[in-house]
Design a protein around this ligand. Structure first.
Ligand code: XIL
Length: 450
């Protein structure tokens, strides 16, 4: 009977592949897997991110920064990119605090969600007093200038924030921007796309979590209309500020999947859930599970780190207490992220191929194996043998970018192409996500003893 590829034992296939690789040193199988120990690493296993709002004035707080750097791989400036912060006087732009947050995020290998270019609230005084075509052109100039300043540096922009009315109308919220004409939202999206063509452009709002609410349906119809007319929109942000008056709706996952079915990504952008103990933990778990079940739910951002950092601190709505200790809600979120998620848009699902890189004279061997692949990114796993005290360099080729890591402590060179990975107490396997930007090459590895 002829041997089919299927009937050849896997190990034989891998061996013959390796035999063809000159200098192959060690045969290893099985990708690194198992539970990750931080929120960002756990989310990265399914190609998602886990983020937090960050306030620039807290970057000098060691406890705050310690948790930030350890747990999160996405950052949203809490107030620093809003209109009153970036254009306090008309035509005078001020980016100091926002730039500080972006620089911190970059240095840590985290990405940034921009928030927000056009909004009825937190407008500087000069804009509040404007109307009509003067306001329309000032708003468009603001969008263009700020999006140009951050061109290519952000993961996504909340182009327009909170433009729909609460209650049963399903229509727009009255504001000076709305009174410039119903097309102000699409005009803002077009200006943002022209200024920064490669950043995902989102519409962001609250009270849009319940599929049965008029406001949710109003936003849905707008996104449907934008997609049908080619208005550039890539994603919808669900703020998801929950409390007993505004609980996690039972149809939350339906809301996320229904928007995703329009051909946009969905993101949970400002999550906080008031409460404590196991009831808060189970509400958080439901939200995370809903995102994990929807292929186009890219990630989750909580609106602050410790309860004391929250804009609603009396409701203790976050994952860490005022002293920075993990709450029950933290554990339920981590477990739900580690449980993994279906990703039906994954074109290739998990075919795991293993190879060994060139001979590594440093007294240890780093073995690369492919992880999951998506349209825009792929995971890689590395297993190290020969020492517990390893230093592995991972070199990606331009225009690839490592966008998250797990089970390692990593630093980058100034080009951003060479990552140096060291143990962080999680063992001798680590992994990363590479945004490939069209280049699917595997990274090259070297291993030496630290
Ligand atoms: C909040 C900030 O957390 C506060 O520090 C600030 O005083 C007011 O704004 N929806 C949004 C966020 O889109 O920008 C808001 O952030 C919370 C509600």
């Amino acid at each position: 009977m002829p041997l089919t590829a299927k009937s050849v034992p896997r190990i034989a296939l891998v061996s013959s592949l390796l035999a063809a690789v000159a200098g192959a040193a060690v045969l290893m199988a099985a990708p690194a897997s198992g539970a990750a120990s931080t929120l960002g690493a756990a989310a990265a296993q399914s190609g998602r991110y886990f983020g937090t709002a960050v306030a620039a004035n807290k970057l000098s707080d060691q406890t705050y920064v310690g948790i930030l750097n350890r747990e999160f791989n996405m950052v949203t400036p809490e107030n620093e990119m809003k209109i009153d912060a970036t254009e306090p006087n008309q035509g005078q732009f001020s980016y100091g605090n926002a730039d500080r947050i972006v620089a911190h995020a970059k240095a840590q290998g985290m990405r940034v969600r921009g928030h927000t270019l056009a909004w009825y609230s937190q407008q500087p005084g000069w804009m509040q007093n404007m109307s009509g075509s003067t306001l329309r052109s000032a708003m468009l100039n603001h969008v263009t200038q700020v999006a140009t300043h951050y061109k290519g540096q952000l993961y996504s922009w909340d182009v327009v924030n909170e433009a729909f009315a609460d209650g049963n109308s399903g229509g727009r919220r009255d504001s000076n921007l709305q009174r410039t004409g119903n097309d102000w939202i699409e005009a803002a999206f077009r200006a943002a796309r022209a200024a920064d063509p490669n950043t995902k452009l989102c519409y962001n709002d609250y009270n849009t979590d319940d599929w049965g609410q008029a406001k949710t349906q109003g936003v849905y119809r707008m996104v449907q209309d934008f997609k049908s007319r080619g208005v550039p929109i890539d994603c919808v942000g669900f703020q998801s500020h929950f409390n007993s008056n505004s609980p996690v709706p039972s149809n939350y996952q339906t809301t996320l999947s229904s928007f995703a079915a329009l051909g946009v990504d969905v993101q949970i952008t400002e999550l906080d859930i008031e409460g404590s103990g196991s009831s808060q933990a189970s509400n958080y778990q439901r939200v995370v599970q809903a995102c994990m079940a929807v292929a186009r739910c890219n990630g989750i951002t909580v609106w602050g780190i410790r309860d004391s950092d929250s804009w609603r601190s009396s409701g203790t709505p976050l994952l860490f207490d005022g002293s920075g200790n993990k709450k029950a809600a933290y554990t339920s979120v981590l477990n739900a992220l580690n449980a993994g998620g279906t990703n039906p848009t994954d074109p290739t699902t998990t075919t795991t191929t293993t190879t060994t890189q060139n001979p590594q004279p440093g007294g240890c061997t780093a073995t690369y194996s492919e992880g999951q692949k998506w349209n825009d990114r792929f995971n890689g796993n590395v297993t190290v043998s020969g020492t517990d005290n390893w230093v592995v360099t991972v070199t990606v080729s331009s225009p690839q970018k490592v966008i998250s890591t797990w089970n390692t402590s990593a630093t980058w060179d100034s080009s951003g192409n060479v990552m140096t990975a060291r143990p962080n107490g999680s063992g001798n396997s680590f992994g990363f996500t590479i945004q490939h930007n069209g280049n699917w090459n595997w990274p090259s590895l070297t291993c030496s003893t630290g």
